[in-house]
Design a protein around this ligand. Structure first.
Ligand code: C2E
Ligand code: MG
Ligand code: MG
Ligand code: MG
Length: 290
């Protein structure tokens, strides 16, 4: 009897596994074609300064609207892109589109004076390539964006492999004028020792902490601690995932400088972003510190 049950269970897992592998392969093939089918789009989420309410930057976020699968979440397809190596090509696509878009906003849109940076998410797989920096230089040159307007968002796992190499690369990027932010701060580990050694310019507080503001006292304290750490290391701070007035108020009162989140806007396409730049009040939190 036990043996029979065991087989039943393992058959169940086998089926789930087969389904998962099938989906994974289909996504990988779909993703491989997506670059040629015009299915990928770069969207932009505003980064807002609390003090002025101005949009000071944009984070490029990739969207995949597949003919075959419909809209697929980055949470699902980015890992597939990473594991298959497609992230290298896709990452280049994102940078090219985002840099060109940023330059066009600056040139053509009156509301763009406040805009200082375009933030790009970088995967470990991209960062670890030998030609990573040469490639970024090339993309920066051909789009004619100033390197000072470029910020690369990286997660802690990038440095876990080899801190020394990561550090050298990051220093070279900083020498070029490129800014570096640590994304999803607080979700990884040994963050503090990395912060001390590595030339980050910006710290992004993960949205999981912001979610529980005013709900979980421990998270409130954690955010205050992170803000103090950032100050201590001289880093700009961006809070992610700010959805409510209460969250925005809490962060502004604790001297957090910048935020992203649905409270201002989700990620939108390049055209719609111009409307956000031109209609500033949509992004001004009604928070004024005295
Ligand atoms: P991330 O870099 O931490 O980006 C922030 C995520 O939070 C985005 O999800 C954004 O849409 C979402 N978000 C923004 N505001 C709010 C809010 O107020 N509430 C909630 N609940 N969510 C909010 P998205 O676009 O689904 O991207 C997920 C992740 O996929 C990103 O996390 C990033 O790690 C990765 N990703 C997206 N685009 C790229 C890309 O071009 N290259 C690479 N390597 N990774 C990317
Ligand atoms: Mg990011
Ligand atoms: Mg993040
Ligand atoms: Mg994330």
């Amino acid at each position: 009897q036990a043996k029979k049950d065991g087989r039943g269970v393992s058959r169940f897992y086998q089926q789930q596994m087969d389904l998962w592998i099938k989906r994974r392969l289909e996504l990988e093939n779909g993703l491989r074609d997506s670059l040629y089918n015009d299915e990928l789009q770069v969207y932009f989420q505003p980064i807002v300064e609390f003090k002025s309410g101005e949009i000071i930057g944009a984070e490029a976020l990739l969207r995949w609207n597949s003919n075959e699968f419909g809209s697929v979440s980055p949470e699902e397809f980015i890992p597939v892109a990473e594991e298959s190596g497609l992230i290298v090509q896709i990452g280049d696509f994102v940078m090219k589109k985002a840099f060109e878009q940023f330059v066009r906003w600056k040139k053509e849109s009156k509301g763009s004076e406040s805009l200082q940076k375009i933030a790009i998410n970088i995967s470990v797989r991209q960062f670890n390539r030998g030609d990573f920096i040469a490639n970024i230089k090339k993309l920066i040159d051909s789009s004619m964006i100033a390197p000072e307007n470029v910020e690369l968002e990286i997660v802690e796992s990038i440095v876990i492999d080899d801190v020394k190499i990561a550090k050298e690369k990051m220093e070279e990027l900083r020498t070029l004028g490129i800014k570096l932010s640590i994304d999803d701060f607080g979700t990884g580990y040994s963050s503090l020792s990395y912060l001390k050694q590595l030339p980050f310019t910006t710290l992004k507080i993960d949205k999981s902490f912001v979610k529980d503001i005013n709900i979980d006292a421990e998270d409130d304290e954690l955010i205050e601690t992170i803000l103090n750490i950032a100050k201590r290391f001289n880093l700009e701070v961006v809070a992610e995932g700010v959805e409510t007035y209460e969250q925005a108020l809490f962060l502004a009162e604790k001297d957090c400088e910048f935020f992203q989140g649905y409270y201002c806007s989700k990620a939108v396409n390049g055209e719609a972003f111009i409307d956000l730049l031109n209609n500033r009040e949509t992004c001004v939190p009604t928070i004024k510190k005295d």
